[in-house]
Design a binder for this molecule. Structure first.
Ligand SMILES: *Cc1c(COP(=O)(O)O)cnc(C)c1O
Length: 417
């Protein structure tokens, strides 16, 4: 159903295809399933726990028979819980192909789309992280293609490489405009009836329920693992911007998994901490920080959070850039561990008996992190492979004729009809 009260009884696969509900609200499950610890017996692997946890959401949906395959194909990288200090562990979500936790949601969503077997084209305007996770997740799939739009001269060379190193069903467009111009252009494409009939556009936004549900699985896995080893329900410290990563944790606790307090860490954008302090939700203009994937002043998942009432034992704190820098430095000096700026917001709030969520590999933000720690950061194999791939993009103005022409020449170059 939708957070705005309509769209009852919509099948999950339809909610995934639609992204946003017709009444402008966000799709939410009508109820959350409840689990008991015994339900999980000896189930230990992330993939097996995910299957048990996600099945009730997919019950009687056309994707249900494919769920196991979708999970195994999407969650095909490690999910380590690393000792940080006595009674504090770090959950590393960055071992996927693009080195950030957005791989989890994007890969699952991509496989859902493709398993539905309809030809569709995902449009994504990006200034960094999300675009590369989406491009990588859909690359090489059978039915779904992706067009990525990024602003010329407004992203780092490393980010540009990650957005343009694709072929086959991923088309990259460097747009002579800024990020807002790219977003506006994508909206224009969505509202063009003729193009929509031809290409069947869809979106892979972070508000898609098909990205949020798979994010619950790492909280289920980590909380069960910690509880079985220590006999204590862990707290979670979660870096969040759009409230997506936070909401996944909150829903997982609602479903009965052994999670105690939830501590949310934001950067200087303090809309969420202000809400938890005052009870008033006041969206703001976002400010730029060094943890820029969390630069959100109007977190769209707040509407989903408010839909299920106000759970207890959640607190939130805003971490200014200076504190992020200090935390990166002290974590390196005291623990020999290099963390990225997003993870640092959470590390600075770590408490005993907690799991701190790490959302990106520090090499993704090496321009920021290397000067702080004064040492070079190794790039993991999956990222360096991506950096070696040949670049392939077309430059356009935000104009529909230029887009269709560039797209058609991509397709003829690639032998696609
Ligand atoms: C997107 C992102 C976040 C925040 O996730 P939300 O879903 O907005 O809560 C945190 N860290 C990194 C590295 C990200 O890319």
């Amino acid at each position: 159903m939708s957070t705005r009260g309509k769209a009852f009884g919509v099948p999950l696969s339809k909610a995934i295809l639609m992204g946003l509900a017709p009444d402008g609200g966000l799709y939410v499950p009508q109820t959350l399933p409840r689990f008991r610890m015994d339900d999980f017996g000896d189930t230990r692997s992330w993939q097996e726990i995910s299957l048990k946890m996600l099945l009730p959401f997919f019950e009687r949906d056309q994707l249900e028979p494919m769920l196991e395959e979708i999970i195994n194909a999407s969650f095909n990288f490690p999910l380590p819980l690393v000792e940080f200090e006595d009674r504090i562990e770090v959950l590393e979500l960055f071992h996927g192909p693009t080195g950030a936790f957005k791989d989890v949601g994007a890969r699952f969503l991509a496989r859902c789309f493709d398993s539905l077997g309809e030809n569709r084209m995902i449009l994504v305007a990006t200034s960094g992280d999300t675009g590369s996770a989406v491009a990588s997740a859909f690359h090489g799939l059978e039915f779904t293609s992706v067009s990525v739009f990024f602003p010329k001269g407004k992203i780092s060379p490393f980010q540009e490489q990650q957005l343009t190193c694709w072929d086959n069903n991923v088309y990259s467009f460097r747009v002579r405009s800024d990020f807002d111009g790219c977003q506006k252009f994508v909206k224009e494409l969505f509202s063009d009836q003729n193009l929509n009939r031809k290409y069947a556009f869809s979106s892979a936004n972070s508000i898609n329920i098909g990205r949020l549900l798979p994010q619950c699985t790492y909280y289920a896995f980590a909380s069960l693992d910690y509880y079985r080893r220590k006999g204590i329900k862990p707290k979670f410290v979660v870096p969040t911007g759009n409230m997506g990563n936070a909401l996944a944790c909150i829903w997982t606790r609602e479903m009965g998994f052994p999670i105690s307090d939830i501590i949310l860490a934001t950067n200087a954008n303090d809309t969420i901490p202000t809400y938890f302090r005052t009870g008033k939700f006041t969206p703001k203009q976002s400010v730029r920080t060094i943890a820029n994937a969390m630069d959100v002043g109007n977190p769209s998942n707040m509407e989903r959070f408010l839909h299920f009432g106000n759970p207890e034992k959640i607190k939130a704190e805003s971490i200014p850039d200076e504190k992020i820098v200090e935390t990166i430095r002290s974590t390196w000096q005291e623990k020999g561990m290099i963390i990225d700026p997003h993870t640092a917001t959470a590390v600075s709030l770590a408490e005993p008996n907690s799991i701190v969520v790490s959302t990106a590999h520090p090499s993704k933000f090496k321009e920021i992190v290397e000067p702080i720690v004064g040492t070079e950061i190794d790039i993991p194999l999956q990222l360096s492979k991506m950096l070696e791939r040949p670049v392939n993009f077309k430059e356009i103005d935000p104009s529909i004729p230029q887009f269709t022409q560039a797209l058609e020449s991509f397709r003829s170059e690639r032998g696609q009809t």
